[in-house]
Design a protein around this ligand. Structure first.
Ligand code: LLP
Length: 426
């Protein structure tokens, strides 16, 4: 459930008409609903009731300072994958002991920053990373708390670009070698082994792959304890999918996911962490855009918007489906016609949808891409020298710009021309 609904014929974010924001901020812009973000976070938090747990929001899905602050104030931890995300979490006031650091390529500098600033744990993905982390921590006179990310070789049944738990993926340590690598970790002076981590992919619409993976984690926990490791924390990753269309079957609910966790690892007495991103932020955001032109092609009509693939890359990158809805509510039963919905970028790939059935739209009309709160603004670029679109947060009847649109001058001023270039091209 989200808080983007038609009221009095106009699409609202909570109590604010999106058209009113568009009139002040201009288009395109991202708009997030605080109530939806908090609701989704709390669903996960409640789903893990009865177990010691921490819900760590996957900041890669949306890392705006205001969003991080909102969720952290509600009690969330953060899952970060770079020094940049770590710095963002700290800047938003998240204490180090609520930040977990994931990712296959952490640098020594990133490790040092996290150890200095405080960290809940590193999720380590390889032996070389383990050695480097040990060296960095030991040189600082400390020990880094770690889990090892295990690759359980499970098919997450999701898009190939976002599946991570198969043996051919770059992620984690093959489960068959886990005991050997844990033994190595236990011998390293700068390492404190505390648990196991697993993450098998994103936008999972079935629970079965989680169940297979978590059962493997439970077995491994027992085996590692027999080997003498004090396994006391399980990071079970993120990945629960969201409904991108209103018509398709609803993915499993956080409550069912929580029950599955209790069933598979609940008897181990471990503290549980999860790292959801998309389910918290995805349906808590929309991208609002204006129709620039309606163009008739050969047997098809193009709806040319002022948003493009650089603002929302998911359709061109993963063939992802996003609902596109007019800000002005269509009359019930209004006839629909197929449109190819495209942006102004000079690439055929700048296509949001082909043959999408929409009610009649004209230049100047506003539309919203739904489910754009996760992997939307964070994946945006300035391709074609289009400035990053602004972000807005709504709570009740209040709203604020939480990232302004850069001016063209600001965008250009980031480049520098060296003195010695003057005349060099003459
Ligand atoms: N934890 C780890 C270690 C991850 O790699 C990810 C996502 C998550 C948590 C959060 O997964 P979520 O709950 O959001 O599914 N850009 C792609 C999605 C990439 C996901 C990468 N990892 C998209 O737009 O679909």
């Amino acid at each position: 459930m989200d808080h983007f609904l038609y009221r009095d014929g106009a699409l609202h974010a909570e109590d604010v008409p999106l058209a009113a924001i568009a009139a002040e901020v201009g288009t395109p812009f991202y708009c997030y609903s605080a109530a939806t973000l908090l609701r989704h976070y709390r669903l996960f938090d409640e789903a893990l009731n009865g177990m010691e747990h921490l819900v760590c929001f996957a900041m890669k899905s949306n890392s705006n300072q205001a969003i991080i602050r909102l969720l952290a104030d509600a009690g969330a931890g953060m899952d970060v994958v770079s020094g940049g995300e770590y710095a963002r979490a700290r800047a938003a006031g998240v204490p180090g002991n609520r930040i977990v650091f994931s990712g296959v390529g952490k640098t020594a500098a990133e490790m040092r920053t996290a150890l200095e600033g405080g960290i809940r744990q590193f999720n380590v993905e390889s032996e070389p990373e383990l050695e480097r982390l040990s060296a960095v921590a030991a040189a600082m006179g400390s020990r880094a708390p770690i889990t090892l990310r295990i690759n359980p070789d499970v098919d997450a049944k999701t898009h190939a670009k976002i599946a991570t738990g198969k043996s051919e993926n770059k992620f984690g340590i093959p489960i068959a070698r886990a005991r050997e690598v844990y033994a190595m970790a236990a011998r390293l002076p700068g390492i404190d082994v505390i648990g196991i981590d697993v993450h098998i992919g994103s936008q999972l619409t079935e629970l079965a792959p989680f169940e297979v993976a978590y059962r493997k984690v439970a077995d491994l926990t027992r085996a590692l304890r027999e080997d003498g490791h004090d396994i006391r924390r399980l990071d079970l990753g993120g990945g629960l999918g969201i409904p991108y269309t209103r018509s398709n079957e609803a993915p499993p609910l956080p409550r069912d996911y929580g029950d599955l966790i209790r069933r598979t690892v609940g008897d181990l007495g471990c503290e549980v962490e999860i790292e959801p991103g998309r389910l918290i932020s995805g349906n808590a955001g929309v991208l609002v855009s204006e129709v620039i032109y309606l163009k008739s092609g050969e047997g098809r009509d193009f709806l040319i918007l002022d948003a493009a693939m650089n603002d929302l890359v998911r359709p061109s990158m993963y063939d992802a489906y996003h609902d596109i809805v007019p800000l002005r509510e269509p009359a019930p039963g209004a006839p629909q016609q197929p449109f190819d919905v495209v942006g102004p970028v000079c690439e055929t790939g700048d296509t949001f949808a082909r043959g999408r059935e929409l009610t009649a739209l004209a230049a100047g009309d506003l539309v919203a891409f739904r489910s754009a709160g996760a992997y939307g603004a964070v994946m945006a670029s300035e391709y074609n020298s289009r400035p990053l679109v602004p972000e807005v947060l709504v709570q009740g009847d209040r709203w604020a710009v939480i990232r302004p649109r850069p001016t063209l001058d600001e965008m250009i001023a980031r480049d520098t021309v060296p003195d010695w270039l003057d005349g060099a091209g003459a």
